[in-house]
Design a protein around this ligand. Structure first.
Ligand SMILES: [Zn+2]
Length: 325
């Protein structure tokens, strides 16, 4: 009798663990490498990665080295780097490259043209349609003698791009994946604008997935998906995502919702939205370290970040299947 009872318990236990509960989908990534990369990109040596600074230039080289190592392809210009000029004028010129004794209307402040650079890598799919995954790598530089490392904003998105690329290199998608590390977001999404303006098959971009601040969670582990208000048909692939550790919340995209700020125009995805390309933006709520020098590696939440990247990979996989039909 005892044996029968014991067997019965084993059978019940087996049923519970095998099918009774829905297991989150297992996405394997190299978490150590992810954390190592966010640490490198938010290191003091890159001096806050301000647009057109030496640290920004060094960051471009780090991204190119990673894209090369992973084995991504280049776009048609045969290079990972996509350079673009930008001319600082008047007040903006004075804020960035101050002269002594500027006139009130900045009439004595000369224009200065600098070169910025996006870094674009490609994983070819089977059909001629693309999902563009974006993450800006520039940040605020040095202010008041303090380095703004921007670990969450947005070393987190860039290091995630590498892990996404590694994952889909081994598990190819049907759509082309364009991995775009974008420059000059903090001064008005100039990199995103240049990228899209010069993309010669714009009609083949079916989706932009933008990553900006995905590693910091002070209270409840919550990651937001913004964009469904504008593109409600994209809901299903996101509803299929499973996670035991993070609440994936939909919102921050309704202009008339007074309880939640609207993030539709808060990052590079706005450039795609303005061109009527559907976007999905992943990000966290503004936090105590947002746009402060304390947004550094020590203040991110590693477990949250690792899980967020797994969620985003699930989303890409689900969209890749869903958007074929
Ligand atoms: Zn940002």
């Amino acid at each position: 009798m005892q044996t029968i009872k014991t067997n019965f318990y084993w059978i019940v236990a087996f049923l519970i663990f095998s099918g009774g509960c829905t297991k989150p989908k297992l996405i394997e990534i190299n978490s150590e490498r992810l954390l190592k990369n966010i640490k490198i990109i938010s290191n003091d040596s890159l001096e806050g990665r301000a647009f057109s600074s030496i640290g920004n230039n060094k960051t471009q080289k780090i991204i190119i080295a990673n894209f090369t190592k992973i084995g991504l392809q280049t776009t048609k210009n045969q290079k990972f780097i996509q350079e673009f000029p930008y001319t600082f004028k008047g007040k903006k010129r004075q804020e960035t490259f101050p002269i002594r004794k500027p006139k009130r209307n900045f009439s004595n402040v000369p224009d200065t043209t600098v070169i910025g650079g996006n870094v674009i890598g490609v994983l070819k799919g089977e059909i001629n349609k693309s999902i563009v995954i974006t993450a800006h790598f520039d940040h605020l530089g040095i202010k008041g003698g303090k380095i703004f490392n921007g670990a969450d904003d947005n070393a987190s998105g860039v290091a995630a791009l590498f892990e996404i690329a590694e994952y889909f290199k081994k598990k190819p998608t049907k759509h082309h994946l364009i991995l775009a590390a974008l420059d000059a977001k903090e001064i008005g999404s100039l990199g995103a604008e240049f990228f899209l303006k010069n993309y010669n098959e714009k009609e083949n971009i079916i989706l932009n997935i933008n990553l900006d601040m995905i590693a910091h969670s002070d209270y409840d582990p919550e990651l937001f998906v913004c964009g469904l208000f504008h593109n409600p048909n994209l809901r299903k692939p996101l509803e299929k995502i499973k996670s035991n550790q993070i609440d994936l919340l939909f919102g921050h995209d309704e202009p008339k919702n007074k309880e939640q700020s609207d993030w539709t125009f808060s990052s590079d995805h706005k450039v795609f939205h303005k061109e009527n390309i559907p976007f999905i933006y992943f990000g966290v709520e503004d936090h105590k370290d947002y746009h402060r020098h304390t947004d550094n590696y020590a203040s991110i939440n590693p477990d949250f970040y690792i899980e967020a990247v797994k969620i985003i990979i699930q989303a890409i996989e689900n969209f890749d299947k869903f958007l074929i039909d």
